[in-house]
Write a protein that binds this ligand. Structure first.
Ligand SMILES: Nc1ncnc2c1ncn2[C@@H]1O[C@H](COP(=O)(O)OP(=O)(O)OP(=O)(O)O)[C@@H](O)[C@H]1O
Length: 233
């Protein structure tokens, strides 16, 4: 579904990605892990066309996208839950969701407002509240709901549970596990190694702008040296 090959990206003269490689198949949940500043957000932003790719390719559903503008990449079916959530503070929960709604690819059972409220009941309760009146956890649910309303083929979450209480984190993990059960492909970035091992099929460990290890949850769970070396666990 998504293939990233030899990707290089820069901030001005400063190189942040050094031959990033990444792959996700339909229905898979895949992670990017690694310490702060290693290039996870940069990878996601380059995939989404928010940062130009200087070298390398990004192929999504058989189409090269690394030279497309961001809105066109999103329309092909990439739904991003960005770091920091970036919901509209002056729109209500309902308005935030409706603003994103689209079923351009003709999904059979599209995410509608009703389905999103059913899946994330907290949003239904808070639907008339403004974005800036929500707690961090509710904002994250809204960011997820908003991405789902675009009916993405691939959902990408950058820092899925950052800054949330343990209880709210658990809610997010449960919600992602349900999406996975329904066949949603997901690329997730988070620091919670234990939860990611339970949720995901495969992992990529990122170090200084490239992947230094990739493997299954079982392989990662067994390798405590690896976890210690690259993830500080
Ligand atoms: N806007 C920017 N301008 C210049 N350099 C940046 C910018 N954003 C990130 N960088 C640099 O690019 C490198 C990769 O950062 P990136 O944010 O992708 O890492 P990350 O793995 O997502 O870490 P974090 O968990 O802290 O978000 C770092 O060296 C960082 O300092």
């Amino acid at each position: 579904m998504l293939r990233v090959r030899e990707l290089e990206a820069f901030y001005g003269a400063s190189q942040a990605l050094f031959g990033m490689e990444l792959g996700i198949d339909a229905g898979e949940v895949v992670t990017l892990m690694g310490r702060n500043g290693m290039g996870k957000t940069t990878t996601v932003n380059t995939i989404m066309g928010l940062l130009p790719a200087r070298r390398g390719t990004v192929e999504f559903l058989g189409q090269r996208v690394e030279h497309l503008p961001s809105f066109r990449i999103a329309r092909l079916g990439l739904g991003l839950v960005p770091e920091g959530r970036q919901i509209f503070p002056n729109l209500s929960v309902r308005e935030n969701l409706v603003a994103a709604a689209a079923n351009r690819l003709g999904a059979n059972e599209p995410w509608t407002l009703a389905r999103t409220f059913d899946f994330l009941p907290r949003l239904a309760e808070r639907q008339r509240n403004m974005g800036n009146q929500l707690s961090g956890g509710e904002q994250q649910m809204l960011a997820i709901g908003r991405a789902l309303m675009t009916n993405p083929k691939l959902l990408i979450l950058d820092e899925a549970t950052e800054g949330l209480s343990p209880l709210l984190r658990q809610e997010i993990w449960t919600c992602l596990a349900r999406l996975k059960r329904d066949g949603q492909a997901i690329l997730v970035i988070d620091k919670n190694v234990g939860a990611l091992i339970k949720l995901a099929d495969r992992h990529h460990i990122v170090e200084k702008g490239r992947v230094v290890w990739t493997g299954t949850s079982d392989a990662l769970a067994r390798d405590s040296d690896l976890q210690h070396k690259y993830l500080g666990v």
